[in-house]
Write a protein that binds this ligand. Structure first.
Ligand code: PRP
Ligand code: MN
Ligand code: MG
Length: 181
């Protein structure tokens, strides 16, 4: 076992499952946005891995931009406070925007972000998220492209962190309680 694996209780979604699912979502996105000028908006920092792999599955022209928002800080539960740490460089007027996220937990980040980007005059603002925790939902998020529903456990890996660590794990796994308790 690697140094990282020693801190995990269980792998929830494997690297292979993630890549299979992103390929499937990419085919749908290519079809839905055929002939349009798609802008992928990645939400730093968690979405870095999803963005990199999803974007490379797409055979069509896309643009990428990034926003940094934060709702968690260093803790394990959502505070409900969404802050913009870094805004987009792109003018969204008339653009077809697809927000790319690693996970929908309470839903507060994405419901706030979708409304925020819509208010900038985009032609469309849809959501692609690799993971969702239905049992943690505080607000409904209309996610058009979803990878996997997962149980309400503290998960890390494939971009998801605990105190900025574990993002480089290839799988999505449950963090062992001894790490954060
Ligand atoms: C995490 C995750 C999502 C958000 C989901 O980001 O990457 O962006 O929380 O939680 P919510 O649905 O309850 O709003 P975080 O704030 O930890 O920042 P990070 O991406 O830099 O890790
Ligand atoms: Mn995030
Ligand atoms: Mg985080």
């Amino acid at each position: 076992a690697t140094e990282i694996e020693a801190d995990l209780t269980e792998v929830l979604v494997t690297e292979q499952q993630i890549h299979g699912k992103l390929a499937e979502l990419a085919r749908r996105i290519e079809e839905d946005y055929a002939g349009r000028d798609l802008l992928l908006v990645g939400v730093l920092k968690g979405a870095v891995m999803v963005m990199a792999d999803l974007a490379r599955e797409l055979g069509s022209h896309i643009a990428m931009d990034w926003m940094a928002v934060s709702s968690y800080g260093a803790g394990t539960t959502s505070s409900g406070v969404v802050r913009i740490l870094k805004d987009l460089d792109t003018d969204l007027a008339g653009r077809d925007v697809l927000i790319v996220e690693d996970i929908i937990d309470s839903g507060l980040t994405l419901s706030w972000l979708q409304a925020n980007l819509r208010s900038r005059g985009a032609a469309s603002v849809e959501i692609c998220a690799l993971l969702r925790k239905p049992d943690a939902a505080k607000v409904d998020v209309d996610v058009k492209y979803l990878g996997f529903d997962i149980p309400n456990r503290f998960v890390v890996g494939y971009g998801l962190d605990y105190a900025e660590r574990y993002r480089n794990l290839r799988d999505v796994a449950i963090l062992a309680p001894h790490v954060y308790s």
